[in-house]
Design a protein. Structure first.
Length: 255
C-alpha cells in the first residue's frame, strides 16, 4: 500500500514588524518604528529592535508586555476648527485636532490626509491603515470639495487660470473644477474641487495669481459631505459611507 501523500505546506505571508503593528490598528507606522527601536516590542516573547523584522500573522506580538491583537476598525469624521494642527503631538506645543476627542475613549486613530492649521472642515480619522492608504493614494483621484473665501472679486480669467493651473516650486497645481458660490462688494466665495492634493494646494494656486485666501473649508470628500456636523464635533461614519469611499478609491480608472 503506497504511503499517504503529505499535504503541501502553504507559506504564511510575512510583513515588517512596524507595518504589522500599524495594520493591526495599534498605532501609526512611525510610532511603531519608534516603539520597536526603543526595545518595547517582542515577537514570540523575544524583544526585537529592527522595525523591518519579518513577522507572520500567527506570531505573538507584545508592546510593553501587553499582547497586541487586531482592533475593531473605527472610521469617523471631524469638523476641524481653524487653528488646530493635524498631528498627534506638536513639537512647538500648538493645539492639535486630537483635543476634539478628549474623554471619548477612542482607540488610536490616524488622520486620513491633512488640513493645515488655518484650514477648516471635513477631516477623516481611522485605525484601518489599508483603507486610509487607499483614500490618500494619489492614483485614486478622489474628489475633495472646498469652499474658499478670497480677498477680491473673481472674473472668468481667474477661474480659467485656476483650471489651467500653474507650476509652483516644481509642482503642477490645478483645480479640477471651480465656480463662484456668492460674492459681495469686495470678497467672494468659490467652490473648488481637487482630485489631487499638494501641500497648501489651493492657497498656492491662488497666490500665484495674486489672490489671498481669507477662509478655506473642506466640505466634502467624494460623496461624503460635512453636513450639519458642528465645528469641533465628530461622528462615526456609517457602514454605507465607509463602503462608498472604499469603492470610490478602487473604481476610478488610472490616468
Amino acid at each position: 500500500m503506497p504511503a499517504p501523500i503529505k499535504p503541501r505546506s502553504v507559506s504564511t505571508p510575512t510583513f515588517g514588524l512596524a507595518r504589522t503593528l500599524s495594520k493591526l490598528g495599534y498605532c501609526s507606522r512611525s510610532q511603531a518604528e519608534a516603539l520597536v527601536r526603543e526595545g518595547r516590542v517582542s515577537v514570540n516573547r523575544k524583544i526585537v529592535t529592527d522595525p523591518e523584522r519579518r513577522v507572520r500573522s500567527d506570531d505573538e506580538l507584545r508592546v510593553d508586555g501587553q499582547k497586541v491583537a487586531a482592533r475593531q476598525h473605527v472610521y469617523l469624521m471631524l469638523n476641524k476648527p481653524r487653528g488646530l494642527v493635524t498631528t498627534a503631538a506638536d513639537e512647538a506645543g500648538r493645539e492639535t485636532v486630537y483635543q476634539c476627542f478628549e474623554g471619548a475613549a477612542l482607540p488610536w486613530l490616524g488622520p486620513v490626509g491633512r488640513l493645515d492649521k488655518a484650514s477648516e472642515g471635513l477631516l477623516l480619522f481611522s485605525n484601518d491603515t489599508a483603507w486610509a492608504a487607499g483614500l490618500t493614494d494619489p492614483a485614486s483621484h478622489l474628489d475633495k470639495t472646498y469652499h474658499v473665501q478670497i480677498d477680491r472679486l473673481p472674473d472668468d480669467g481667474l477661474l480659467d487660470a485656476m483650471r489651467a493651473g500653474v507650476i509652483d516650486q516644481g509642482e503642477k497645481l490645478t483645480a479640477k473644477r471651480v465656480s463662484v458660490l456668492r460674492q459681495g462688494d469686495r470678497h467672494a466665495w468659490l467652490e473648488v474641487v481637487l482630485d489631487e492634493g499638494r501641500n497648501r494646494h489651493i492657497r498656492r494656486l491662488l497666490e500665484a495669481h495674486g489672490v489671498g485666501t481669507l477662509r478655506l473649508v473642506r466640505v466634502a470628500i467624494g460623496a461624503l459631505r460635512l453636513g450639519d456636523t458642528a465645528k469641533g464635533q465628530w461622528r462615526m461614519l456609517t457602514a454605507d459611507e465607509v463602503a462608498a469611499l472604499t469603492v470610490s478609491t478602487v473604481a476610478r480608472p488610472p490616468r
